[in-house]
Each structure stands twice: as C-alpha cells, then as structure tokens.
Design a protein around this ligand. Structure first.
Ligand SMILES: Cc1cc2nc3c(=O)[nH]c(=O)nc-3n(C[C@H](O)[C@H](O)[C@H](O)COP(=O)(O)O)c2cc1C
Length: 141
C-alpha cells in the first residue's frame, strides 16, 4: 500500500508489549475491550496536518479495532480528511471499523476499506499484494 500510494507510514507501538501467545493476548485484549480501555502508545503521535488521506490498519479483535487504535483515534483528529480502513481478520472482515471511524470523525470521508485473512498475509503474500493493488486501483491510485 505504501509503495503504491507513496505514503508515509506510522506504526502504533504499545507502551506495554502484548504477550507472544495468541491465548494470552486474547485475555489482555478482552479485558481492554470490557473496560473500554485506552492503552498507552509508546511512540510520538504523527502530525497529520499535511495529509489529506489517512489509512488506518490493524487486526480485527472481536469485530473491532484493538483498543489501542482507539487511543490513536481519540488523539489524532482526522476530521475533514479522507480515512480508509484496512484489516486482517479470520472471518469478521472489516467488522465494525467503518462505523467506528464514522462516529469518531463525523466530518471525515470514510472510503471503502480492504480486508484479508491474516493467514493469507503469511502464506500467500503475492496474492494479497495483487488484491491490494486491485483495491487501490478502484480507489483511484
Ligand atoms: C484478541 C483477539 C480477538 C480476535 N477477534 C477476532 C474477530 O472478532 N474476528 C475475526 O475474524 N478474527 C479475530 N481475531 C483474529 C485476528 O484478526 C487475526 O489473528 C489477525 O488478523 C492476524 O493478524 P496478526 O498476525 O497481525 O495478528 C482475533 C484475534 C485476537 C488475538
């Protein structure tokens, strides 16, 4: 995506690492969602002033962006910009992420997002690359 859009990338780095195991991460993530938590981001937030379009990508956790993405969303104002969601998931696709973005940024234009299975990224990266290219072509890139 970055290659094709010639965009800059920003990675959300958690203050506190998530566990390595899937099950342990599930427990931490469940608690964060139950508590509507805003886990701390370790690195400085980006200055988005010069961007007109921002893509927000993450794995789907229980049908939603992980709560740490909400920390990002609460602190980075993307109203007035075009916002595009992309996710990896096992079956939930984009889940509720479009709705979440629309609620958080009522004055942003939320465009059609991209989703693929996390396993595809690992096992078949060239077909994911081709799907991403098709999607970005459709968006006019
Ligand atoms: C805490 C947790 C909750 C998850 N909830 C969902 C879900 O609701 N729907 C879904 O399709 N996949 C769900 N998954 C699977 C993840 O979306 C999948 O592991 C991820 O997209 C793979 O990307 P990664 O290798 O970067 O983690 C969940 C995974 C975790 C760890």
């Amino acid at each position: 995506m970055q290659e094709k859009t010639k965009g800059d990338a920003y990675k959300i780095v958690p203050q506190k690492d998530y566990p390595n195991s899937y099950d342990a991460t599930t427990k931490v993530a469940q608690r964060e969602q139950d508590e509507n938590a805003r886990p701390a981001i370790k690195n400085a937030l980006p200055n988005v002033k010069k961007y007109s379009t921002v893509f927000i990508g993450a794995p789907i956790w229980w049908g939603e962006y992980p709560m740490i993405v909400r920390t990002f969303i609460d602190n980075v104002n993307l109203n007035g910009k075009t916002v595009i969601q992309f996710t990896t998931a096992e079956g939930s696709g984009l889940g509720n992420t479009a709705e979440t973005l629309r609620k958080a940024y009522p004055k942003a234009k939320v465009r059609e997002g991209f989703t693929t299975e996390g396993n595809n990224v690992k096992n078949d990266p060239s077909s994911v690359r081709s799907d991403v290219n098709k999607w970005l072509n459709g968006l006019g890139y």
